[in-house]
Design a binder for this molecule. Structure first.
Ligand code: SF4
Ligand code: SF4
Ligand code: SF4
Length: 166
């Protein structure tokens, strides 16, 4: 099912989007084709140096950002011999971070752990616990570095095609 495009403003404020289909490895082709082509061989899971891929209940590989960050090293796509992952897919995925209401600064608690680890400098946090963290969807690569580090489990990744208003 295709995700509904959201405006950049909506993405910046982390609202109006829900977790949807499983997070597949980067460079996964169309979801239905991926499920048809993937032989469930676990080659990508074994190849990932960050150990952020795991075998899902249905045998398909899944990206778990709670385990760490995808560095886009490409080892998974190189290991895949079935055509389920293809280096020609661009961008590697359309995942972006979303901040939930449990973000600590939204409740007066100072925290900026997510901002400190973000390799794309995509996160802003109002100083002094005066508001929730905000993700710039144009910068966010969906790497997941911010997910596991958050003490409030306030960040999720979702498939969100970027739609920037003219
Ligand atoms: S690109 Fe690298 S770090 Fe990311 S899932 Fe593939 S093997 Fe793991
Ligand atoms: S790490 Fe979590 S609680 Fe802290 S600012 Fe980021 S989203 Fe909010
Ligand atoms: S998913 Fe990665 S790039 Fe996006 S905000 Fe989190 S740490 Fe930054």
């Amino acid at each position: 099912m295709a995700a509904t495009p959201l405006s950049r403003r909506m993405l910046l404020f982390g609202r109006n989007a829900t977790a949807d289909s499983p997070l597949r490895p980067p460079w996964a082709i169309d979801a239905d084709l991926f499920a048809a082509r993937c032989t469930r061989c676990d080659a990508c899971v074994r190849a990932c140096p960050e150990q952020v891929l795991l075998r899902d209940a249905d045998g398909l590989p899944r990206f778990d950002p709670a385990r760490g960050e995808c560095t886009f090293c490409g080892d998974c796509v190189q290991a895949c011999g079935s055509g389920a992952l293809q280096a020609t897919v661009s961008p590697p995925w359309e995942l972006r971070a979303q901040v939930q209401d449990s973000c600590l600064p939204a409740h007066g608690v100072v925290c900026a752990s997510c901002r400190e680890v973000c390799p794309e400098s995509a996160i802003r946090v109002p100083p002094g616990g005066r508001g929730a963290a905000m993700v710039d969807a144009e910068r966010c690569s969906g790497c997941g570095a911010c997910v596991g580090i958050c003490p409030a489990q306030a960040i999720t990744l979702a498939h969100l095609p970027l739609e920037v208003p003219a």
